[in-house]
Design a protein around this ligand. Sequence first.
Ligand code: ADP
Ligand code: MG
Length: 341
Amino acid sequence: MHSPRPAVVARAPGRVNLIGEHTDYNGGLCLPFAIRLATTATVTPRADDQLRMTSTEAASGDTLWQRYVVGVVAELRAAGWTVPGLDIGLASTVPLGGGLSSSAALECAVATAVAGLLGIPLDADTRRLLAGACRRAETDHVGAPTGGMDQLASMLGAEGHALLVDFADPGGPATTPVPLPVTAAGLALLVTDTGVRHSLADGDGGYAQRRRECEAGEPRRLRHVTTENDRVRAAVEAIDDGEWDRLGALMTASHASLRDDFEVSVPQLDLAVETANGAGALGSRMTGGGFGGCTITLVAADRAAVVREAVDAAYAERGWANPVHHLVEPGPGAEVLSTAG
Ligand code: ADP
Ligand code: MG
């Protein structure tokens, strides 16, 4: 009889981007944070070479998601890790395709569990390496032209902190934790999921088109990138100085730029932003790639309920389905939860 094979459980969070959108693939700045919604991966080594996987969230009949997992393992092997065949079980509280990066949470949970299985410590260098491997899993194996912010936030996020990422650094993305004491300031961060779904894996989708337009140097698109980088710098200063009204104004300006110059908003996002601001939020913007997904709103904690009710009412007035709201706060990055046999 052989002893029971060891299983490793790891969790990796989704993320929300406070400010700095469509800047990652343009060598710019962004300021995401890891949220408490997360994906857990349980990995057990197999005697053979195969990868077998199940997910409690996968839609029945959908197998596309398996490419994320296969891609992560392939990239870790390409990086020189000796990864055995695996049974992989996934469960997630991150809404799929909702702009909170369930894809990065999935990739990073698998990668972190494999690191745990191989006994590789999760120091900053390893976290960076895993973020890169997970990004390539998504770009090269799934075909989603994502810029790398999501995986960095999931791997390097820290409790109570946002993560300033500078993609201009020649040594690879430079990351700096930025304390984000919103709760202590009596504020809340409200994510509103419009329910409108995008697909980053769609090569002909708007996201890929925007990337091509940026590469081609289209002035209006690049104006967004330049002004957005300035807003990220100003946002970090505002946070450092505790100037929350200013942070809110920068978020709203970011939304206007994404709507007017970058043209990645949709009416559902615009209405959520306008309604939140009209109901007394400090600021609000679409977050994530756009064409649907979520907004993030900075609001006094005691006004968060008023804001969400106002948005619900505005949607109802248009005959749109109720959006789903999440109060989010900066939580820890990916971690191994257990290595019990
Ligand atoms: P987002 O990352 O914003 O949630 P994406 O379109 O990038 O949106 O990724 C969503 C896709 O990721 C899903 O359609 C699915 O293929 C895959 N996925 C993410 N999490 C899971 C999960 N827990 N189980 C199965 N598939 C998942
Ligand atoms: Mg994604």
